[in-house]
Design a protein around this ligand. Sequence first.
Ligand SMILES: Cc1cc2nc3c(=O)[nH]c(=O)nc-3n(C[C@H](O)[C@H](O)[C@H](O)COP(=O)(O)OP(=O)(O)OC[C@H]3O[C@@H](n4cnc5c(N)ncnc54)[C@H](O)[C@@H]3O)c2cc1C
Length: 407
Amino acid sequence: MNAPGRHVVIVGASLAGTKTAQGLRAVGFDGSITLIGAEEELPYDRPPLSKDLLKTGWSEDFAGSVRLATEEELRDLGVDVLLGNAATSLDTGAKTVRLTDGAEIAYDLLVIATGAAARPSPWRPESGVYQLRTLEDAKSIADRLERGGSLVVVGGGFIGTEIAAAACSRGCEVIVVDPIPEPMTRLVGPEVAGSLVELHRRNGAQTRFGVGVVDIEGAEGDLTITLADGETLHADAVVVGIGSVPHTDWLDGSSLTVDNGVVTDGFLRAVGVDDVYALGDVARWPHPGRGALVRAEHWTNAGDQARYLAEAIVNGTDSPYAPTDYVWSDQYDWKVHAVGWRDPEGTSIVLGSLDEDGRVAVVHADAEGNACGAVTVNWVRALNHLRRLLAAGGTAEEIVEQLRQRA
Ligand SMILES: Cc1cc2nc3c(=O)[nH]c(=O)nc-3n(C[C@H](O)[C@H](O)[C@H](O)COP(=O)(O)OP(=O)(O)OC[C@H]3O[C@@H](n4cnc5c(N)ncnc54)[C@H](O)[C@@H]3O)c2cc1C
């Protein structure tokens, strides 16, 4: 769809939204762009929040390093930025977005990039429960870690385990709780999960896996966490990292299809309406490889979708969005990378060993034996080869053979 001279309104001023605005200008869009953000902060990057910020604490240098764009850069791009002003409703008939301050913004094309929020904690003691999604959240957790003491992390996903690692490195006593018996399997697969758990234990974290939290009572400095098996844990603070929920409340009553995210077609066009797109963590789109709707919550996906969408809006395209499915995590000094996906019906081939070589690559095959994804730990060279090899296609065995020769 060519859109010269038209008004693109982008709701959500974070990674997907900001990269869309920048991408539109990069491919020559000369219409007006309005970028609307609920947060007061200029657009910033989230991955460093659970990594560097928690390890080193807040500083002005850190703030500068995570900015996705400065005020001047956005001004120079001709982007009107409205921050601290959330979209509260959408009228696709009138093609307007209403904001918290009552303003109504008319659009020719609307881009929904409202991301996700931390899934709210079901436990609400007087104080002492933290969650991590925003810079403000990260600053409070960093302050808490600076004071030391004991911390229970509820949730053994990427964010929970990164927080646990940061807390250990700052000398806190840490226990990670997750109702799933082997939560780290979700992150790295069964071949590597045991080593990752060991890594956490070696660094001082305790774990309670396979048992959920029933209740949290008390207040910061004196919290009691009751587990489903009757054990009680005591901690100064708790961080609850139990997933995310897409920011779609403001779309209630609009004619969009919302089902665990804004449902789009393969071109990121919102299903059921014209001139509305969605991307990033809020969008649920048909994944060509998995044959299902997917809401990817990965940094690379948000940026790739933004570039794709900017090009599609300005120059049009016949090709649906093709994801790279790439995610990384820092756990202590280990670098974990995943590309593609793991097919539950498929198999996996392991190359290297964390115990013997300090690095490993696991290549996943689908049910037909074709390579569909890989995980590497501490092996960036293998990862780079794998990204190229997986894109070119082949059986998992062929790809492992080529990797043996190259990495
Ligand atoms: C702590 C943390 C660590 C992470 N680490 C990694 C990592 O190591 N690797 C990786 O691949 N991914 C990581 N991610 C995920 C990655 O940051 C997200 O995939 C990415 O931020 C998605 O970008 P987005 O713009 O779609 O959504 P978001 O970043 O969630 O941004 C959405 C923006 O929209 C705003 N908004 C919401 N509702 C409204 C509204 N109604 N009106 C206006 N604005 C609104 C929000 O305030 C927010 O600023 C991490 C995420 C977090 C939180």
